[in-house]
Design a protein around this ligand. Structure first.
Ligand code: ZN
Length: 129
């Protein structure tokens, strides 16, 4: 919470609230924000957007985990091969009654900062490089 507000007065207010183990209500947060300058509001705005983006990514990741069940995993060459059963989650689909799609093989490897994935298909087939 202390990351939210930048001027010292508000940090003290939040510090006290945290020491007392009292959660600030949204109304109290808004009252604090109402006293911020335009420059501080811009910083807060940036912080909120970055925070929301992080939360959205986390939610997307955990939703993805719920949809994909890894059945087998093999390391060959520079690739990690995973056989995955997928639940698309579309209403009325067989996968909702415990009959997942696939299973399909995918290959993954790290290239610098990102993870590259390749769809292989129902049968495991090693990639060339
Ligand atoms: Zn489905």
């Amino acid at each position: 919470m202390s990351a939210i507000l930048y001027n010292e007065r508000h940090q003290v207010i939040i510090g006290n609230a945290m020491e007392a183990k009292k959660e600030m209500t949204l109304k109290e947060v808004k009252e604090g924000i109402a006293e911020l300058s335009r420059a501080e509001l811009e910083r807060l705005d940036k912080w909120i957007h970055a925070r929301m983006l992080r939360l959205e990514k986390q939610e997307a990741k955990s939703a993805e985990k719920r949809r994909r069940e890894i059945l087998r995993e093999e390391k060959r060459g520079g690739w990690v091969y995973q056989q995955v059963a997928v639940r698309c989650g579309k209403p009325g689909c067989k996968c909702n009654e415990g009959q997942p799609h696939g299973a399909y093989w995918y290959a993954y490897r790290r290239e610098g900062r990102k993870v590259v994935s390749k769809y292989i298909g129902k049968e495991l087939r090693e990639l060339d490089e």
